[in-house]
Design a protein around this ligand. Structure first.
Ligand code: DHK
Length: 144
């Protein structure tokens, strides 16, 4: 069974300590545990990087190896055409995930390039929402 890729962008390695009023106190390690606990027998490839190049390389890896991509691109959501172009090459389902409701925040967080490729956009469920995203992805990939 091909893995689900859960990809996380810049500054999410600071989850738990970073602006807890917006992002909560759950750490990225706890998010990874949540994703693995929610995926049943489907393997999970869980990654975080502060580098745009590395994030694009991980999307390329998922193009060859993955069943689906859950991506929290963080700030690259609003800046990276290169990331959008990479995601456009992926044939499986893409879920764009944000811990906070980006549409309720400052206008700089309103226009997502990734949404131009994403099949599903989830925002505002908090860090625990990653588990919901994994369950949704299991439905979308249906045992691919
Ligand atoms: C995380 C970030 O780092 C921000 O740049 C985004 C996103 C929101 C989140 O809510 O997970 O705007």
């Amino acid at each position: 069974m091909k893995p689900i890729y859960v990809l996380n962008g810049p500054n999410l390695n600071r989850l738990g300590k970073r602006e807890p009023a917006i992002y909560g106190t759950t750490t990225l390690a706890e998010v990874e545990d949540l994703c693995r606990a929610s995926s049943g027998d489907t393997p999970i490839q869980f990654h975080q990087t502060n580098s745009e190049e590395k994030l694009i390389d991980l999307v390329h890896e998922a193009i060859d190896e993955g069943a689906g991509i859950i991506i929290n691109p963080a700030a690259f959501t609003f800046t990276s055409l290169a990331l959008l172009d990479a995601l456009k090459m992926f044939e499986g389902p893409v879920i764009e995930f944000h811990i906070s409701n980006i549409h309720k925040r400052e206008p700089i967080y309103h226009r997502s390039y990734v949404s131009m490729r994403a099949d599903v956009v989830m925002a505002g469920l908090g860090a625990k929402g990653y588990a919901t995203a994994v369950r949704a992805m299991l439905d979308l990939v249906g045992g691919r």
